[in-house]
Design a protein around this ligand. Structure first.
Ligand code: BTN
Length: 286
């Protein structure tokens, strides 16, 4: 076995030694293999697991992505982590909180990557973490317990850490990247995990303390979508093309529709709550 920590398996002991959080990751389950850490964490949350409980796996056999996609989850290379977020929050503030968690997670992951790998990453709305125009990390937030006394979000974070290009499946090779590809060296997954949890805890606490305007500014500065011409795939074959203008207070994307050829009048202002954003090049019509 290698003595270098970048090649070591993730262990609960190593994570605990690296953690600097108060709550996030303090209750921790580290697995060799699971279908999906989100699935695992969701069951724990339904059983009453506390705020900050985290599940980490070395490999997922059915890793879940947004919009029903799969998340490529080979063993020994990457970070697959799900954190249960269920802070004490007033019932009428829950919807706003649920809308903001995905954005807070995106910023936390981007900052952790920058701190470790010195790669400057950006966020494609809502929370794809890009290095250049390739995706290095994805986040899937799934909520539960609605209407009950303790609603929760499972924030599932997948970061391509040490995957070499030839280990990505053919359909991802043109659009995905990893920290090792970008930085030219392997990175320590435990250090990255501890940093993600710390950055996320800071942002959750800031949100709960009422600093939403600051968090929105921070998100805007990291966004590569705002100001871009985009196509948004809304599902069921519906798309809209326009310029992404801002992220609204409720976390939705404010889009000025381009109109021509689309289903919306030119300059219509649309608030996109869910969809798949594609950044268009200047010369791309749609
Ligand atoms: C995306 O499609 O961009 C979101 C990908 C989220 C993947 C992570 S890996 C850890 C957690 N468990 C899952 O099954 N999915 C998330």
């Amino acid at each position: 076995m290698s003595l270098l920590s970048v090649y070591q398996p993730i262990t609960a002991e190593a994570v605990r030694l690296a953690l600097s959080t108060s709550l996030l990751g303090r209750t921790l389950r580290v697995l060799d293999e699971t279908p999906s850490t989100n699935q695992e964490a969701f069951v724990l949350a339904q059983g009453g697991a506390s705020h900050g409980t985290a599940v980490v796996a070395d490999r997922q056999t059915a890793g879940r992505g947004r919009h029903g996609r799969q998340w490529h989850s080979p063993p020994g290379k990457n970070l697959y982590c799900s954190v249960i977020l269920r802070p004490a929050i007033e019932p009428d503030a829950v919807a706003h909180w649920l809308a903001w968690v995905p954005l807070l997670c995106g910023v936390a992951v981007a900052r952790a990557i920058q701190g470790l790998a010195a790669c400057s990453s950006t966020l494609k709305w809502p929370n794809d973490v890009l290095i250049g125009d390739r995706k290095a990390a994805g986040i899937l937030c799934e909520s539960g317990g609605a209407g009950g006394t303790a609603p929760f979000v499972v924030a599932g974070i997948g970061i391509n850490v040490n995957t070499p290009l030839d280990l990505f499946p053919d359909d991802l090779r043109g659009s995905a990247t990893s920290l090792a590809i970008e930085g030219g060296r392997p990175y320590d997954r435990v250090v990255l995990l501890a940093s993600v949890l710390s950055e996320l805890e800071i942002r959750c606490d800031a949100y709960l303390a009422g600093h939403v305007a600051d968090l929105r500014d921070e998100y805007r500065l990291r966004s590569s979508t705002i100001g871009q011409r985009v196509r948004v795939e809304l599902g069921q074959g519906q798309t809209v093309v326009g310029v992404a203008n801002a992220v609204n207070d409720d976390g939705s994307l404010c889009l000025i529709a381009a109109g021509a050829g689309g289903s919306h009048a030119a300059d219509a202002v649309l608030d996109i709550r869910a969809g798949d954003v594609v950044h268009l090049r200047r010369d791309e019509s749609q």
